[in-house]
Design a protein around this ligand. Structure first.
Ligand SMILES: Cc1ncc(COP(=O)(O)O)c(C=O)c1O
Length: 398
């Protein structure tokens, strides 16, 4: 019998368009260093270090004890969770949405961000993505076979999009989605309602869906209050907003978020989602609904005060570690310029020599070159230790 040597089928062409996820590479290197005995302090991840409100954890426990909670649920998620999202938007932003037709629960907003691209983009279509962005906007577009148009953010205008330049872009007619995110990852920049009004007017004029990714709306400092794009009169015609419990209630590992949009957009997203996932675990929805319905503002304020103190500690340390920082009023990050402009070398040396992990700005787009992102999602004593390590390391670097 002729011998046959097995060849693994070639992977899809779409993988060639997708660079490996930046954090996956960081995680691999950290795993190697940790296996060799290093104690790495992670200031790279935007993952809250503190727990969710205690009643939310207790609700998860109680609900998981219910023998009727373990079967498949609805593709549209638990009605009580959808209603809790709608009620939160009404209470917090004065925005009215129909919980049954204009809210769709997500398995973390990252899932919805990618699936929205699959629902709207064909080959030849494009998504407009800020140059400095959460990578899922780009990856979703590439996975869908679409292209990415990078949109310049103007540091002189608190990282607002340069719509004048975008208007002149030769491929603007191919675009269907326009992504924005305030409070911003990675810069921490914030915006006011006027910016959303400007963006909505632009999107209406060019038949674009404004995709407002708003997971940091309640991670704010110095008295700043973040708006929702849906507050603009008539916004729902052309706007999708993504919300998430990950940063709102320190529930990143729970993977719970929601999309708010007009019915047709929800139905398109659901068509993709219902063929890919089967919704979330009911106790997670129940605990998530409780988080939205019953967490007092004082819980959020106390949590933010802790982040704000950490932000201030990082800002104060920046000059001693070769960084100059932009003061943020929101998000989980400090965005800082590296003295000699080489973010990759800085981050690599900080990891290998000081055993502190930061994120290189270039991971977020070409405009991030020369910057690093530092997360405040790390416990106070570890943050102090990280700063001390960076100071010792930087004093002898180069
Ligand atoms: C801007 C932005 N959007 C979306 C996400 C994804 O959040 P989730 O945990 O809801 O998937 C993140 C997570 O860091 C983020 O920074």
């Amino acid at each position: 019998m002729a011998t046959h040597t097995f060849s693994l089928p070639k992977t899809a062409a779409r993988l060639e368009r997708m660079p490996p996820y930046g954090f996956e590479l960081i995680n691999r290197r950290i795993a190697q260093l940790s296996a060799a005995g290093a104690d790495i302090i992670r200031l790279d991840m935007g993952s809250p270090d503190m727990p969710p409100p205690q009643p939310v954890i207790e609700m998860l426990q109680r609900s998981a004890e219910n023998p009727n909670c373990h079967n498949y649920g609805s593709y549209r998620g638990l009605p009580a969770f959808r209603k809790a999202v709608a009620d939160y938007y009404a209470r917090r932003f004065g925005v009215q949405v129909d919980p049954d037709t204009e809210v769709l629960p997500l398995i973390g907003s990252k899932e919805g961000i990618v699936n929205l691209a699959l629902a709207f983009l064909d080959r030849g279509d494009a998504a407009i993505v800020p140059d400095l962005n959460y990578p899922a906007y780009t990856m979703g577009a590439l996975m869908a076979g679409g292209d990415v148009i990078l949109m310049h953010l103007d540091p002189e205008r608190n990282y607002a999009p340069d719509l004048q330049a975008l208007r002149q872009h030769p491929d603007l007619r191919r675009a269907k989605l326009l992504w924005v995110n305030y409070p911003n990852n990675p810069t921490g920049a914030t915006c006011d309602l006027n910016l959303y009004a400007e963006l909505i007017a632009f999107c209406r004029e060019h038949d674009l869906l404004l995709c407002s990714d708003n997971p940091y709306a309640e991670v704010v400092y110095d008295g700043y209050r973040a708006p929702s794009a849906l507050q603009v009169e008539g916004a729902l015609t052309c706007t999708v907003e993504f919300m998430s419990l990950s940063k709102l209630y320190n529930m990143a590992g729970w993977r719970l978020g929601a999309c708010l949009a007009r019915r047709e957009v929800i139905e398109a997203l659901l068509t993709i989602k219902s063929n890919v996932d089967s919704g979330h675990f009911r106790p997670i929805y129940e605990a998530g609904a409780l988080a939205l319905n019953a967490t007092p503002q004082s819980w959020i304020d106390q949590r933010n005060a802790i982040y704000q103190a950490r932000r201030d500690a990082i800002l104060a340390a920046c000059p001693s570690i070769g960084l100059s920082a932009f003061k943020t009023s929101g998000s989980l990050y400090v965005w800082a310029r590296v003295a000699d402009g080489d973010d990759t070398a800085y981050v690599q040396a900080a990891l290998e020599q000081a055993q502190v992990s930061l994120t290189a700005g270039s991971m977020y787009g070409p405009a991030g070159k020369g910057y690093v992102r530092i997360s405040v999602g790390v416990e106070d004593s570890r943050l102090q230790e990280a700063i001390a390590r960076l100071q010792r390391w930087y004093a002898n670097w180069n």
